[in-house]
Design a protein around this ligand. Structure first.
Ligand code: F6R
Length: 615
């Protein structure tokens, strides 16, 4: 989703800002722009399309500045045009602003400002905000000259309904960037004799080793060597400076063709990182200090609710099955975007988990806040260190999967499922799960990185299969029990990056409707790794075959599909508890190779954004 970078220092701001924007490309965007303050002149350049288009345009201009802001926009209000791209400049030309989020009451602000003589060039909500800042700057002449800019931003923000991460510069104060956040991340990077602003650590492009994370309702005045933060209520804020772990944030392609490919192959490592230090062989359990719960507190939990969006929601569906099976606690899974408005009844001894790779998804963040408002302990599983969700939760577990840049989530999903398996083991061992059963799970988890490695060796075979089916326009994905969620995940991966229509069902549901789709042009991907229901899944495959449907079986029981499936992707034999993790890998590869065959840009799929920070 939209990305912000800002720079104040002694060097030429343009290449630094462009490099920052390039690092944020993975988040998804459709236009880009830059504003630079050069000797009291506000220079702005913005273009629809890629950052390269902007860089090309700006290279033709003689801009030189040590201070500027830039942005990649993912359209919400108003189409993809140069005029709607950020930065937006106030109609008096004094202020430029970049904005992530949505100003929900922008229409009324615009009406108010229009009456006061302000004019608008774009259809965006953000332009209303920059003009509101200009209005407050001119309206309030009582502030000392020193903080008049900061005060104008603060006063404008008091009137904003909605969400924002903003960076603002002003001709009136050419040595300062003002940044603020509410519901949309904003970070301040500290370098030597320079400060940076970004919506994501990557936007610093390695130039800062220390970072300040703004919290909601905070506004920062940033100069070349200082940063003061106040609350929206005008109280000074003490803040912490944190070191950036660039090893975890590393986002180089490292020889891979695409981030998605790189991240699929990083899964054995990501799984190792998720389990490192979290397994006790002696006690046959998982050690999860991050949950911040004693064994007594955990025993009192009667019900668990999981909330997430998209791929993370699929991980929750697997978690439901794992926890109910091994820990025998009822689990419910909610879309975070629904949970926050649905007013789900939650009983006394309920524990709430939110799952989010980015830790910034606004729906998931609001689900967390809603749950906390109701007084429930709310734990988070996130990949992004110090993300908003991880900071606001009452405890939780980091995935340590390393930066995920590919818009289509891969390693984050499997590592989330591993963490959920650890939770199931941990709670299960406090309840009904025996030492021996726990030991089997521990052993299975320890073998996981190798099982995934082995499965990745099927890539060539999967690429061949992909070539056969790449130009079909409809797919069905089928699985039973915990393989239904991975059928959903497989279908989502295919949709996202190859734009093929794909649907997923529990295999037994097929005959209740979706079977009408079966024909030679609609292949079915069948997950069949659950021995207890294998014969049932085979029967479902027979029903497809009888209707001339093509079948791709992902199975550790290839013999059951001989003469039945058109293509078989053979998986190693494994313990039930890890099958979803291993079986997801071929589905990711299948989607990846099909997308490549169709000539799709797998790392920048159309319309998609990485961290979804608007509702
Ligand atoms: C799909 C995908 C999205 C995310 C969803 C939640 O490949 O990446 O569906 O899973 O937007 O994102 P996080 O986990 O960052 O909250």
């Amino acid at each position: 989703m939209c990305g912000i970078t800002g720079y104040i220092g002694k060097r030429d701001a343009t290449p630094i800002l462009i490099e920052g924007l390039k690092k944020l490309e993975y988040r998804g965007y459709d236009s880009a722009g830059i504003a630079l303050l050069d000797n009291g002149k506000m220079n702005v350049c913005k273009k629809k399309g890629r950052v390269d288009v902007l860089a090309e345009e700006i290279s033709k201009k003689p801009f030189k500045a040590n201070l500027g802001i830039s942005h990649t926009r993912w359209a919400t209000h108003g189409g993809v045009t140069d005029a709607n791209a950020h930065p937006h400049v106030s109609s008096d030309g004094k202020f430029a602003l970049v904005h992530n989020g949505i100003v929900e009451n922008f229409e009324s602000i615009k009406t108010f400002l229009t009456k006061k003589g302000y004019t608008f060039k774009s259809q965006t909500d953000s332009e209303a905000l920059v003009n509101l800042i200009a209005y407050h700057y001119d309206f309030r002449t009582d502030e000392s000259l020193e903080n008049r800019f900061l005060e104008a931003v603060r006063k404008a923000l008091i009137h904003v309904e909605g969400t924002y991460g903003i960076a603002v510069i002003s001709k009136e104060k050419p040595d300062e960037i003002v940044a603020a956040r509410k519901g949309s991340p904003l970070l301040i990077g500290i370098g030597k004799n320079e400060r940076l602003v970004s919506s994501d650590v990557l936007g610093f492009a390695g130039r800062a080793n220390n970072v300040i994370y703004l919290d909601d309702g905070q506004i920062a005045s940033i100069t070349i060597d200082n940063c003061d933060i106040i609350s929206i209520g005008n109280k000074p804020i003490e803040y912490k400076v944190k070191e950036i772990d660039w090893e975890l944030e590393n986002a180089d392609l490292a020889g891979a063709k695409h981030y998605m490919q790189k991240e699929i192959y990083e899964q054995p490592k990501a799984i190792e990182n998720a389990i490192r230090g979290r397994i006790s062989d002696d006690a046959s359990t998982a050690i999860l200090h991050g949950l911040n719960m004693t064994a007594q507190e955990m025993r009192q939990v009667d019900r668990i609710i999981f909330c997430a969006c998209g791929t993370a929601w699929h991980a929750c569906l697997v978690a439901e099955q794992l926890i109910e099976k091994y820990a025998r606690i009822p689990v419910e899974v909610e879309y975070a975007s629904e949970f926050r408005y649905r007013n789900t009844p939650i009983e006394k001894n309920t524990l709430v988990f939110v799952l989010s790779q980015s830790g910034e998804t606004i729906d998931t963040l609001e689900a967390l806040r809603e749950s906390q408002r109701k007084g429930f302990k709310t734990l988070a599983i996130t990949n992004a260190i110090a993300s908003t969700i991880s900071r606001e939760s009452d405890g939780g577990l980091y995935q340590y999967a390393g930066k995920e840049v590919g818009v289509a989530s891969t390693k984050a999903f499997t590592s989330q499922v591993v963490i959920c398996l650890l939770i199931a083991l941990h709670i299960g061992r406090m309840r009904d799960l025996s030492y021996t059963a726990g030991k089997e799970i521990v052993e299975a988890i320890k073998k996981l990185p190798n099982l995934v490695e082995e499965t990745l060796q099927q890539a060539k075979h999967i690429e061949e299969i992909a070539k056969k089916y790449a130009f079909n326009e409809d797919f069905l994905f089928l699985g039973r029990l915990d393989e239904f969620p991975i059928a959903l995940e497989g279908a989502l991966k295919l949709k996202e990056i190859s734009y093929i229509h794909a649907e997923a069902y529990p295999a037994g549901e097929m005959k209740h409707g979706p079977i009408a789709l079966i024909c030679p042009e609609c292949p079915s991907v069948i997950f069949a790794n659950a021995e207890d229901v294998l014969s049932k899944v085979v029967s479902n495959a027979q029903e497809i075959k009888a209707r001339k449907g093509k079948i791709i079986a992902i199975t550790s029981f290839p013999e059951a599909f001989e003469g039945l499936a058109d293509d078989i992707i053979q998986l190693p034999k494994m313990h039930d508890c890890v099958r979803t993790i291993v079986a997801t890998v071929p589905a990711q590869l299948l989607a990846y190779y099909i997308a490549l065959e169709r000539g799709c840009d797998v790392d920048k799929p159309r319309n998609l954004a990485k961290a979804v920070t608007v509702e």
